[in-house]
Design a protein around this ligand. Structure first.
Ligand code: NDP
Length: 446
């Protein structure tokens, strides 16, 4: 039977009508991968494709805890174990009030293609809880993390499921969950990545997603005769990914004009520098404060009702969250002369925005390719833990660059061109799909 993406999409829409984010990623995947599947009869087994879109297992659990004022609290915890064909389930934990099954399924599926694309031995999963780390004291975050670990410790396992951080889960939360998991397991195990260096983490893990994104962008600019030092970049977010994307952008000579958080955006026409970025790190990573404080200190423009995409730039780096850049934003970027978009976040651009980018001939790097540096260094952390060794920052950086190059070349090889411009998004989907498909096919039906 001929490959029929519409019938697959229809089945998922009927089955999961309330899972908007998940359906968005299914539609986008089927749309972008269809030309490859249609042209390659060896990749048309509908059963494999259907199984690829369905998680292996979804675990949900209650997280009950008592805060430091004696008040009883209730949160919901989840782990979506998406696909084990390429290795142990691997993907972050997200703590944010918006966390639900639809969001975790979208993230888990994206993760399965991303992890495949890295060429590393990584299955895919995603999890978390509807907990807002930013609204609680450090003591309460520890209490919550311990309650989470009490439910989760039997899931985390260095050979079966190895979570890392994501939105709202940084080295601090990983540390609390990791410590308590080890207590309950009565052993020291490498069942999480994103650990502090002292607890067995890898050099450059915090920097890896942002740096990797810029390595991808650098290659994309070079191949299209654009010079980093002539670019101005607008970055969204002021978390782990955005801050290290900014750091590497400055190193490459790119003028960075914006950063943002969930409350507003700062705009610096002169461009951020090391001093300002150091202050951003202090405010956002250490003190968990507001980006507005950075504007106050350096006299920068701050807007609570604007987005980074409202300001002209030649490079856009969405590094905050899903669906933060829609069609209106995309049109604004195009009209203002933007030349390249590289996603640091997962699915920050809506499907409509991506279509506009492709139609306009702008260079567009999808997150499953350009933000894969984080999970790649997580794989290196797992390898170092297994061997009981620590690689230097230089060694890790070299391996990260090598992996991002591999991902970039896979995108080119599988992607073809639209309007004479490499189609990185079709390439990323097709290359990620192809490896995963072959592994699933080889392993049989179950
Ligand atoms: P962080 O929690 O460190 O930072 C998230 C940033 O985005 C914060 O500045 C936050 O603002 C802002 N933000 C969150 N939600 C919203 C929203 N609804 N509207 C506007 N701003 C928002 O997360 P990370 O930097 O780790 O993750 C960012 C993105 O990158 C996510 O999509 C994640 O899935 C993806 N990613 C992360 C990887 C990693 O290694 N950490 C790896 C690959 C992808 P505020 O401070 O106000 O909360």
């Amino acid at each position: 039977m001929a490959f029929d993406p519409e019938s697959i999409a229809e089945e998922f829409h009927e089955k999961y009508p309330n899972e908007g984010e998940f359906l968005q990623v299914v539609d986008s995947f089927l749309n972008k991968v269809s030309p490859f599947i249609s042209a390659n009869p060896d990749y048309q087994d509908k059963g494999v494709i259907m199984r690829m879109l369905e998680p292996d297992q979804i675990i949900s659990f209650r997280v009950s805890w008592v805060d430091s004022e004696g008040k009883e609290r209730l949160n919901r915890g989840y782990r979506v174990q998406f696909n084990r064909a390429l290795g142990p389930y691997k993907g972050g934990l997200r703590f944010h009030p918006s966390v639900n099954i639809s969001i975790l399924k979208f993230l888990g599926f994206e993760q399965s293609l991303k992890n495949s694309l890295t060429g590393l031995q990584l299955g895919a999963g995603k999890g978390g809880a509807d907990f807002d780390s930013g609204r609680h004291s450090d003591l309460d975050v520890m209490r919550f993390c311990q309650a989470f670990a009490a439910e989760f410790f039997h899931i985390a396992n260095s050979e079966a499921d190895v979570p890392a951080g994501d939105i709202g889960v940084s080295e601090r939360e990983i540390g609390y969950i990791f410590g308590y998991t080890n207590k309950l397991k009565r052993k020291f195990s490498g069942s999480f990545t994103g650990k502090s260096l002292e607890s067995g983490g890898s050099c450059l893990r915090p920097q890896a997603t942002g740096y990797g994104c810029l390595y991808f962008l650098e290659q994309m600019l070079k191949d299209n005769q654009l010079k980093p030092e002539e670019m101005t970049a607008n970055i969204s977010g002021a978390g782990n990914v955005a801050i290290y994307a900014c750091e590497k952008a400055l190193e490459l000579g790119i003028r960075v004009q914006t950063l943002s958080d969930s409350k507003g955006v700062i705009y610096d026409e002169e461009g951020l520098n090391e001093e300002k970025l150091a202050f951003v790190k202090k405010v956002k990573l250490e003190e968990r404060g507001r980006i507005e404080e950075v504007a106050d200190k350096f006299g920068l423009e701050y807007s609570a009702d604007k987005k980074p995409w409202d300001f002209p730039c030649t490079v856009a780096l969405p590094c905050a969250t899903q669906n933060e850049l829609d069609e209106t934003d995309a049109q604004k970027l195009i009209d203002n002369g933007c030349k390249a978009v590289a996603e640091g976040a997962n699915m920050p651009c809506t499907n409509g925005a991506v279509d506009l980018f492709l139609e306009s001939g702008l260079l567009y790097a999808p997150g499953k390719a350009s933000n894969a540096g984080g999970v790649s260094v997580s794989a290196f952390e797992m390898a170092q833990n297994k061997m009981g060794l620590r690689w230097t920052a230089e060694e890790v950086d070299k391996k990260l660059k090598h992996t991002m190059k591999h991902i970039y070349s896979q995108c080119l090889e599988y992607g073809g061109k639209v309007n004479g411009v490499p189609n990185y998004v079709s390439g990323a989907n097709a290359a990620g799909f192809a490896r995963l498909y072959r592994a699933m096919k080889n392993q049989g039906v179950f």
